[in-house]
Design a protein around this ligand. Structure first.
Ligand SMILES: NC(=O)c1ccc[n+]([C@@H]2O[C@H](COP(=O)([O-])OP(=O)(O)OC[C@H]3O[C@@H](n4cnc5c(N)ncnc54)[C@H](O)[C@@H]3O)[C@@H](O)[C@H]2O)c1
Length: 399
């Protein structure tokens, strides 16, 4: 079930990835992610056998619009169906942990949207539960599946830019610019105690750590808000952040900074990561994902995804001829395809798993602690084998 490379429009494999042996999915949540996950399951040769939403009416509407066999009023009933192999959790954040746990307890594989949980302790017990159940348990840090993000990672690993010393960038959106704009993410009971960082800053940190193979070891963060209330008629008070800025140091000696915002006018979904080493720089922009900027003192240029020297890991994610842009949905298709490969016993490169969701939760708590207490905070390491942040909760003065 690996993603097939397509080299020309006439290539017979242009119809997409090979069919999996069995990938019968339940999708819970009928919004943006419910749609994207459903398409991805089908594009990878799987089947969505049932959907559940916040009400029977929503589930039925989604079922009819997306040609799914059955709609369920009760997500637990759907999870326990014997013909479900994988549960895709695409609900608001506070439901991720209970639904994922229910799925693991029922012996199902899980693809749970980020954040895996709204606190690190719960993310840790979920990671442990997935390990003990011996199920494939994935968190869609999906930008990893852009071929040029893989290329950046491969080049850093190969030493093409020398010893990495600096990384910077940000993740900017504007969809929550105005005080009238509201969403379940704003409510900490539903979205969790961090909004901008938990929602999109987590993606940026995952990309940084994925591309460099390094780990953030300490952070100094500040949070801020444009709007202290949100919604119609004066709205409700807001406690979560509209934006975060932070600087960091890594285990490997890299320093850097990032700006995370959901209120930057004109910025829609701009995740930019620039990494500089002693020999060169690489810059990835997820709104221009077909290319990678490669900077150097002697030569600076653009690498495109038909570059003959592209790494094998980038090449395997190329599924359309260059000039026919690949994008966000293709990343999800590849993520589901690799989830299927993992279920079949393969070890696909770079599949983001629950331990990565736990890592994001630990980083989020470190960022919030730093901002609240106005100091550098050491970020506990996460034991990749399953589960425990190594050095206890964030708290020691660092850097
Ligand atoms: N990985 C990514 O790139 C990415 C992108 C966007 C969102 N997300 C994550 O996906 C999740 C969903 O976000 P979204 O943008 O699709 O939100 P959304 O608001 O568009 O959709 C959420 C859906 O959940 C449904 N829902 C609410 N309560 C429910 C319940 N009790 N049972 C079943 N369904 C219920 C709602 O009816 C709605 O259809 C969030 O956790 C978000 O962080 C991830």
């Amino acid at each position: 079930m690996s993603v097939k490379k397509v080299t020309s429009l006439g290539d017979p494999s242009a119809s997409g990835p090979a069919a999996p042996e069995a990938y019968r999915a339940a999708v819970i949540g009928t919004g943006f992610m419910g749609r994207v996950h459903s398409h991805a399951v089908r594009a990878s040769g799987g089947e969505v056998v049932g959907v559940a939403g916040s009400s029977s009416a929503k589930a039925e509407q989604f079922r009819a619009a997306n040609g799914i066999a059955r709609a369920h009023a009760d997500a637990l009933e759907l999870i326990h169906r014997p013909d479900v192999d994988v549960v895709h959790v695409c609900t608001p954040n506070h439901l991720h942990a209970p639904l994922s746990l229910a799925a693991l307890s029922a012996g199902k594989h899980v693809v749970c949207e980020k954040p895996l949980a709204t606190d690190a302790e719960t993310a840790q017990s979920l990671t442990r539960a997935a390990h003990e159940a011996d199920r494939v348990a994935v968190v869609p840090f999906v930008y990893r599946f852009h071929p040029m993000a893989r290329e950046a990672r491969a080049q850093v690993a190969a030493g093409s830019i020398g010893r990495v010393g600096l990384a910077h960038g940000g993740y900017l959106q504007d969809w929550l610019l105005y005080p009238e704009e509201d969403n379940w993410r704003v409510d900490p009971e539903v979205g969790g105690p961090t909004r901008a960082f938990g929602d999109i800053g987590s993606h940026w940190c995952d990309m940084l750590e994925f591309v460099t193979g390094d780990r953030i070891s300490s952070v100094s963060a500040q949070t801020s808000r444009f709007n202290d209330s949100r919604g119609e008629n004066g709205g409700r008070p807001v406690t979560t952040e509209d934006l975060v800025t932070f600087q960091f140091a890594t285990v490997g000696g890299v320093v850097g900074s990032a700006v995370i915002s959901q209120v930057s006018p004109g910025r829609k979904n701009q995740l930019v990561l620039e990494v500089s080493g002693t020999e060169g720089s690489l810059r990835f922009d997820q709104e221009r994902p077909e290319t990678l900027w490669a900077g150097g003192r002697g030569r600076t240029g653009i690498i495109s995804r038909d570059d003959p020297a592209l790494s094998s890991d980038a090449t395997r994610l190329v599924n359309l001829p260059v000039g026919h842009p690949q994008g966000y949905q293709d990343c999800f298709n590849a993520l589901v395809s690799d989830t299927g490969a993992a279920i079949a016993g393969e070890e696909p490169e770079g599949l983001p798993v629950f331990a990565d969701g736990l890592r994001a939760a630990v980083l989020a708590e470190s960022v919030l602690a730093s901002a609240r207490e106005r100091r550098w905070v050491d970020v506990p390491a996460v034991d990749a084998s399953a589960a425990a942040p190594v050095a206890g909760s964030p708290g020691v003065d660092g850097a």
